[in-house]
Design a protein around this ligand. Structure first.
Ligand code: ATP
Ligand code: MG
Length: 228
């Protein structure tokens, strides 16, 4: 089978933490292939290793052993410089707590990803406006985070995550702090981005969001227990 359309290939990945004399196997023999254009839901209980997995898949953290092939490149061995470039160019991150800068407006939060840059101010502004329009938040462009609802803040964070047109969006519990209506809105928006921009989307969550995924991977105790 051709491996050409594999976006992320994790092979025999292990990661342990030592705490107070105890060893925690946060990732135990994890094997995982994610194809370009998939929408993958990784579901499991608290502490099962979901955030650790996203961190190693994006090179934010290194596994103890195993390989992570991201878009054809083994990132378990890449330099920090290379990794930060890869993240800047190919990955958009979305977090549970939105991670917006409170002293910046919605559009400034989105544009900030592109600073410092060789782009002209007008070009940056155009891209910011496009990204906010993509998430249907243009009307809140000049609002600060405190002036937006949780769902709006997360849409702003998604605009920030897509402004550089990443190949992959990694979302860690993106609807964890939201009510059911906003959760649906955020998951529908990620679905739209997945389809229209052909961005690979990976969402980790303890909730049952499997209906949104093209594939659901279940984790428990650092292990993948089921792929369906
Ligand atoms: N820096 C660390 N030092 C020690 N142990 C850690 C560290 N980070 C995570 N762990 C442990 O590794 C395991 C996996 O943690 P991880 O944060 O990946 O879980 P999670 O599935 O994201 O949980 P949650 O749903 O609560 O966010 C847990 O037992 C956690 O306590
Ligand atoms: Mg977590």
């Amino acid at each position: 089978m051709s491996e050409k359309n594999i976006m992320i290939d994790a092979i025999d990945v292990n990661k342990e933490y030592r705490r107070a004399g105890a060893i925690i196997r946060a990732l135990a023999d994890v094997n995982l292939k994610i194809k370009s254009g998939e929408f993958v839901i990784i579901q499991g209980p608290t502490g099962c290793g979901k955030s650790t997995l996203l961190n190693v898949l994006s090179g934010l953290d290194l596994p103890d052993s195993g390989r992570i092939i991201f878009d054809g490149e083994n990132i378990a061995r890449a330099t920090e410089d290379r990794l930060s470039r890869l993240r800047r160019q190919k990955i958009g991150f979305v977090f549970q707590d939105f991670n917006l800068v409170n002293t910046l407006t919605a559009i400034e939060n989105v544009e900030a990803v592109l600073w410092p840059t060789v782009l002209r101010q007008k070009e940056i502004e155009n891209r910011g406006i496009t990204a906010l329009r993509d998430v249907n938040l243009l009307a809140r462009k000049d609002h600060y985070p405190v002036q937006m609802s949780g769902g709006e803040q997360q849409r702003c964070a998604i605009a920030r995550a897509i402004i550089h047109r990443p190949r992959v969006i990694l979302a860690d519990e993106p609807s964890g702090d939201l009510d059911p209506t906003s959760e649906k809105e955020i998951m529908d928006l990620l679905t739209k981005i997945n389809k229209e921009m052909e961005t690979t989307v990976i969402v980790v969550t303890h909730r049952d969001l499997s209906k949104y995924g093209t594939k659901t991977i279940r984790m428990d105790n650092g292990r993948i227990t089921k792929i369906q």
